[in-house]
Design a protein around this ligand. Sequence first.
Ligand SMILES: Cc1cc2nc3c(=O)[nH]c(=O)nc-3n(C[C@H](O)[C@H](O)[C@H](O)COP(=O)(O)OP(=O)(O)OC[C@H]3O[C@@H](n4cnc5c(N)ncnc54)[C@H](O)[C@@H]3O)c2cc1C
Length: 355
Amino acid sequence: MTDVLIVGSGPTGLTLGCDLALRGIPLRILDRRSGPHRESRGKGLDPAGLEVFARLGVVERMSAAGRRGVVLRKYFDRVHIKDTPTADGLLIGQWRVEEVLRERLAGLGVHVEYGARIVGISQGPTGVTARLSDGREVSARFAAGCDGGHSAVRGLLGIPFEGHTEEAPTMVLGDVAAPGLGRGHWHQWFSSDGGGIMLCPIPGTDSFQLQAAPEQDGRGEPVAPSLESFQRLFDRHAGLPGIRLAHPTWLSSWRSTVRMAARMREGRVFLAGDAAHVHPIAGGLGMNTGVRDAEALARALATALGGPGTEGSLDAYEAQRLPVAAALLTDTAQRMERVMAAVREPGRGTEAGLD
Ligand SMILES: Cc1cc2nc3c(=O)[nH]c(=O)nc-3n(C[C@H](O)[C@H](O)[C@H](O)COP(=O)(O)OP(=O)(O)OC[C@H]3O[C@@H](n4cnc5c(N)ncnc54)[C@H](O)[C@@H]3O)c2cc1C
């Protein structure tokens, strides 16, 4: 039996894994994916997230793989209005953050076990047993559900995920190439009709992360993401006929969700990251908050594994992080409102979510 079973190898699970491994605590980390992904998703590390990574000894590698001081290039009704530099933080694709953490873990002798989907959990006074979809069982003294917004662990524990999810997608997104478009700026085109499109160059790749308000079909329904739809949106808002989007490697849509778990602990099992809280992306706080959850959970588990009479430290995790999650939901909902208002003003946009 290992000490800690981590379910999910996103930024939260990998940070927890690195932190525990550095403390010499035996762990296993399982993921239902067949292997690593290459989706840009959360593309910004803030100073608080970078501080955690400095302690884990990976901040130099993150910095080398990312880019600081990204400049937002603002257009309104296709006209370039101004450039706005951003202050702190590191622009880096989420897949790259995960890759650096996986490399760190491998150096500590731990490898993600892919193709391992958790479908059942039972626990007793001294341990937890997780059941996988292929019938295997994995036992540990403690378990952490770092398995994202649709967390199976949270569902298996019966922990309510309170809040709301918008029915219609607010945004389509993806990773695409845009040959001929300058890679020195995060391009943000907004239009007086309320629509817009943004293309952010992802460091170390030829691709841009594209985010846009979805097209509507004849019945007013949002059109599913596709390269063709992205091109039509680009032509409409950017109006640069020479630029043809190409090589989509990720297509997705995003629904605004504001939800948090009613509890972050059930006995010997804990929730962290998106499994415990999902909120608007304005301000880029999701991955960074998960990384901070992971740091707090590693500290609590390390204390509890230290010897008899120390399990009280486990209560400290929820007491510390649940109020952070609640404040985050309110904060990011307000940031999102500010961004939605700002994009209607020429020369303003996502930076309204950073204030
Ligand atoms: C467009 C966009 C932009 C964003 N920008 C930012 C940003 O700038 N900054 C920021 O901080 N955040 C940002 N985010 C949010 C960020 O992507 C998430 O908050 C982050 O991915 C959460 O990490 P996580 O490790 O908690 O969960 P995830 O990344 O969702 O990882 C969960 C893992 O669990 C695995 N899993 C799921 N179910 C099971 C199961 N049953 N058994 C085993 N494994 C399982 C999954 O395969 C996955 O690998 C952005 C998101 C989007 C979509």
